[in-house]
Design a protein around this ligand. Structure first.
Ligand code: DX5
Ligand code: ZN
Length: 219
């Protein structure tokens, strides 16, 4: 099995030193930078606006994977794309027209992703599978870092992998929430090829980032 892409969530970084943190992640072997955008409405937490994404963009050449937990999401797509997002992922609950939203993301020249919460049925994906470059399965309820991985997520990863393969889709299958070295191998065995990790990557400080990323990749 190929090593999964590791996408550290900068939600767990030191916000006073975001530029340095992003540089340190690149040096430590991260594949993508996962940016958690929360609006205090779709989820009960408030994080990074497009100006912050723009400010950190020059600090890394890695793809910026921007997870939009914002509703309504449509008015924000262009701003995050202009700020330097390479991938924009949206929740089906964040707007009335998921199909249109995904089309708009591709029209803006970004890769489009759909994110499914633990309680969101997988069959949403059937209707948009040709419009996505990435499927993100939440293994916690979104809003906060540091939560525990919901074990039933593994079965959902397997089902999503089967659905993507049956459709002939080459979309990435990414998992987000409570990912650690203890469950990364199970996620990959179930069919994930990209892992988001916040707390796990950042524990131990900058000197530990590379070892933490290696531990996830070893899955
Ligand atoms: C949750 C976010 C996740 C989260 C990951 O709403 O989407 O990206 O911050 O953090 P950990 O790995 O700490 O669960
Ligand atoms: Zn996320």
């Amino acid at each position: 099995m190929a090593a999964p892409l590791i996408c550290p969530s900068i939600l767990a970084s030191d916000f006073a030193r975001l530029g340095e943190e992003v540089r340190a992640l690149e040096t430590a072997g991260a594949d993508w930078i996962h940016v958690d955008v929360m609006d205090g409405h779709f989820v009960p937490n408030l994080t990074m606006g497009p100006d912050i994404v723009k400010a950190i963009r020059p600090h890394s050449a890695l793809p910026f994977d921007v997870h939009l937990m914002v509703a309504p999401v449509d008015p924000w797509l262009e701003a995050y794309r202009d700020a330097g997002a390479d991938i924009l992922t949206v929740h089906p609950e964040s707007g009335p027209h998921l199909h249109r939203t995904l089309g708009r993301i591709r029209q803006l020249g970004a890769k489009a992703g759909v994110v499914l919460n633990p309680g969101t049925p997988l069959n949403v994906l059937e209707e948009v599978v040709d419009l996505v470059d990435l499927v993100l399965l939440m293994s916690v309820n979104p809003g906060f870092g540091g939560q525990s991985f919901i074990p039933s997520s593994l079965r959902k990863i397997e089902r999503a992998r089967a659905l993507l393969d049956a459709a002939g889709s080459k979309a990435h299958l990414q998992v987000d929430g409570g990912v650690t070295a203890a469950n990364a191998a199970a996620c990959v065995a179930a069919g994930a090829d990209a892992l988001v990790a916040g707390s796990f990557v950042f524990k131990g400080g900058a000197d530990a980032y590379a070892a933490n990323i290696r531990a996830l990749k070893a899955a």
